[in-house]
Design a protein around this ligand. Structure first.
Ligand code: FAD
Length: 400
């Protein structure tokens, strides 16, 4: 009988893996398990703060995977993985056997990284790092802020999903505030010493939001030696290791991250909290029948992005197909392109191309990829348009 490949998680990684497997093998038995009927993309979700997108415009369903690509989509949650018997237990009660399992379950948030911040706090101080209801809540809070109020963005430590995300979010919020609450401030408190596309963001903030002057709408503070460790929810205040207090009218606390709970519970993570894999095949170092891709997997130096998850999924599907057919797994290449908007008309980007080095580790190919130039003038407008079309292409390529 035909082999059964089960894919868990219908995000960019999982959807792309299922679709690619079908394009490689017309007869393979492919099941995708994802509890949500509608997946809301994190890419584009920062644009909502500048009024460029609505949640319905960021939603995709699994119709094309089902109808066009003949993937069996099961709307359920995987409760546990019985690795010895190669069986999944679904929350709805069903069990499912697999020959090979592809996991793309995304992220979870570290508990206790900030004392006083519990998972339910996210309903008051939304991280909005999994797009959906929290994105809308954060947007309502932004719009309801008193004149001259302060938004605090507590950025996460590395590694985390979407390295430029917090800074794009600050930019998009600033676009709205500039028009509706011009004395307001956005203060980014960062446990890192530097961040993705920093020179480009700072140049854009200087151009549009007075960055570097006393009137700047955006401030960035590195707290590398003195990170935020406590939340005083009552006082809407975050407190650093040395006791410095920062009060905000809106608190966007983006906690430190790990691989999703399912991967942790299945014993597929190491002490970093992420899943180590053999990059060539995406096989877990702890289980050769399980492949892990997307944010949950450790593919460093490839950043955790939807574009990267799509690229890892394609290479993984080729590896799974090859292994099932006892063929040699070809050496993969991976690609990542991350666009960010500073304003609706000012886009910036970073691109990287990756391959295996002589030690079988992932390495960026020198001279391939790069970032936009600071002060690129009219090219920034073009890049803003590219950002929109790259988003549409990535969604279509992954889900349709
Ligand atoms: P996810 O997309 O998180 O998908 C995981 C899926 O697994 C979820 O649908 C979940 O429901 C499901 N799942 C989890 N556990 C289980 C279980 N036990 N059983 C069944 N299903 C389960 N990337 C870009 O490339 N470009 C961008 O512009 C960009 N912008 C971003 C902006 C923001 C604000 C954020 C937060 C992220 C952004 N990203 C961007 C990053 C991108 O969203 C992630 O890298 C991407 O979603 C990773 O895909 P994934 O498949 O690993 O995980």
């Amino acid at each position: 009988s035909k082999a059964h490949v089960v894919v868990v998680g219908g995000g960019f990684g999982g959807a792309t893996a299922a679709k690619t497997l079908r394009s490689l093998d017309a007869d393979l038995n492919i099941t995708l398990i994802e509890p949500k009927a509608n997946y809301i993309t994190c890419p584009g979700s920062n644009w909502l703060f500048a009024g460029l997108k609505t949640l319905p415009q960021l939603s995709v369903d699994y119709q094309a995977l089902t109808d066009r690509h003949r993937v069996r989509v099961v709307a359920d949650n995987v409760a546990s993985i019985d690795r010895d018997r190669r069986r999944l237990q679904l929350s709805g009660g069903q069990t499912l056997a697999y020959d090979r399992l592809i996991l793309s379950p995304g992220i979870a948030f570290q508990r206790d990284a900030i004392a006083g911040y519990s998972p339910d706090m996210a309903n008051v101080f939304p991280h909005a790092w999994q797009a959906g209801a929290q994105t809308l809540l954060l947007n309502r809070q932004l719009q309801a802020m008193p004149a001259g109020g302060v938004v605090l963005i507590v950025a996460p430590p590395d590694p985390y999903r979407c390295p430029p995300g917090p800074y794009e979010r600050a930019s998009m919020m600033a676009c709205w505030l500039k028009q509706h609450n011009s004395r307001a401030k956005i203060i980014i408190l960062d446990p890192k010493r530097s961040f993705s596309k920093q020179a480009l963001f700072e140049a854009g903030w200087r151009q549009h939001f007075g960055y570097g002057t006393t009137d700047s709408m955006i401030e960035w503070h590195t707290l590398a030696d003195n990170p935020i460790t406590r939340l005083d929810a009552q006082a809407r205040t975050v407190i650093s290791d040395f006791g410095d207090r920062f009060r905000g009218d809106v608190l966007n606390i983006i906690p430190a991250q790990t691989a999703a709970t399912l991967a942790i519970d299945a014993g597929l993570t190491d002490k970093s909290g992420w899943c180590p894999v053999n990059p060539k095949t995406a096989q877990s170092l702890f289980d050769q029948h399980i492949h892990v891709i997307g944010d949950a997997a450790h593919f460093t130096p490839i950043p955790k992005s939807a574009f990267a998850a799509n690229s890892e999924a394609k290479a993984c599907a080729v590896a799974v197909f090859s292994l099932l057919n006892q063929q040699e797994v070809p050496a993969p290449n991976w690609l990542n392109i991350c666009y960010s908007l500073i304003t609706p008309k000012h886009g910036i980007s970073v691109a990287g191309v990756y391959q295996l080095d002589s030690e079988h580790a992932v390495a960026a190919i020198k001279g391939a990829g790069g970032t936009s130039r600071v002060g690129a003038g009219d090219l920034s407008l073009l890049e803003a348009n590219y950002a929109q079309s790259a988003y549409r292409s990535l969604v279509n390529n992954s889900f349709r």
